[in-house]
Write a new protein. Structure first.
Length: 373
């Protein structure tokens, strides 16, 4: 075995010993409490029909972009879609990236410079962490949703200051205190960046997100909207000023040096936004309320969350995996989230609620959770 193979095998063995090894699986269980398809868009026949209708209006579209947006991969339809999405979210402008990961890495690796400061919540998404690492800026993190600790870090900051949070956190499902964060950012002349991945489609008028719901659209420097959660398709957009869009076109490496998304992907995104106007936006909140109320009736402790993401904590990887296996044996697709993805001792079941989950399925899931106590 070569030296590099020994290294890789050793790292994998460490993961196996800690019961935290990751493996791909094609096993799909009958009742989905796992995916980020909160509104059922990914499985929607009506959305599929709308996508096909939009594509039919462009019969000469290419199978692939053929190059980056700066070469052969740009189209009028893509730019119109960007402006359509920006208008929907009440933003001045937007730039589409191939994924949420690309959007966060591109934004955070290019805008903050040496001598600037980035401050992130300690539970921020890995893509944001990686983007910050690629920046030459000084980096701090503050205790989760702790305004006092954020202010302590702001007092140490120099240069252009960027505060980065998620509106809804992907593992705990709780919300950032965005109004308080916005107020303190203005006091210290810091630029607020908000990842709305898990709020888009769920909160705000017609699913515009928490920034819109809280009327903070004019108080943020940038928003990251991803299309692969509630919108059920793929990609992301960075929303902000026209100046920011032009800057990212020139300096965001994850935008510049990658082949553009094919036009049928852009059409899917455009269609998903059109479909948002056709759904009952209260239904997902009714499902969340039913789950929370049933938990309370059964005296089951869960992370406090008003979002589609609900967490049941366990004390170890082994305990979380055993709990997931029990629910999976009953047909529920519920996954354990293990350390190091989450902090040691905060392993959990991450339960995602959807509009297509029946009331009976939700109540049955909670009943089986009760069996774990």
């Amino acid at each position: 075995m070569s030296k590099i193979d020994q290294f890789m095998s050793g790292r994998l063995r460490e993961r196996k010993d800690k019961l935290s090894i990751r493996n791909l699986s094609t096993n799909i269980l009958p009742v989905d409490f796992c995916s980020n398809d909160y509104l059922g868009f990914a499985r929607s026949g009506e959305l599929k029909h709308l996508i096909n209708t939009n594509l039919a209006s462009m019969p000469d579209y290419l199978n692939g972009a053929g190059g980056s947006r700066l070469l052969s991969g740009n189209t009028k339809f893509t730019e119109e879609t960007e402006q359509f999405i920006a208008g929907f979210h009440l933003a001045e402008s937007g730039l589409i990236f191939n994924s949420g990961y690309d959007a966060n890495v591109g934004l955070l690796s290019s805008v903050p410079q040496r001598g600037d400061t980035i401050i992130t919540d300690e539970l921020i998404h890995a893509s944001i962490i990686d983007g910050c690492r690629l920046s030459h800026a000084t980096r701090f993190k503050f205790h989760h949703n702790d305004i006092n600790d954020l202010e302590d870090k702001l007092k140490l900051s120099k240069g252009n200051i960027f505060v980065v949070v998620e509106s809804v956190y992907s593992m705990d499902g709780d919300m950032a205190p965005l109004i308080a964060i916005s107020n303190i950012c203005e006091r210290y002349q810091a630029n607020l960046i908000v990842d709305e991945a898990h709020a888009t489609g769920v909160f705000g008028a017609n699913g515009r997100g928490l920034i819109n719901q809280l009327k903070l659209t004019d108080r943020v420097f940038a928003r990251i909207i991803t299309f692969g959660k509630a919108l059920g398709v793929h990609g992301a957009i960075v929303l902000g000023s026209k100046n920011l869009r032009h800057y990212l076109i020139n300096f965001a490496r994850s935008f510049i040096y990658t082949t553009a998304a094919p036009i049928h992907n852009v059409a899917a995104v455009r269609s998903a936004y059109q479909y948002l106007n056709k759904i009952d936006h209260q239904l997902i909140h009714q499902k969340i309320a039913l789950f929370r109320n049933t938990l309370k009736e059964q005296n089951i402790n869960a992370i406090d969350s008003e979002s589609t993401i609900q967490g049941i904590l366990f004390s170890s990887n082994e305990a979380a995996k055993l709990a997931a296996a029990h629910l999976q044996s009953k047909g529920f697709d519920v996954r354990a989230i293990l350390s190091p993805t989450v902090a040691l001792g905060k392993e959990r079941l991450r339960i995602c609620l959807h509009t297509f989950n029946t009331d009976e399925e939700i109540i049955s899931l909670v009943n089986h959770l009760q069996e774990l106590n």
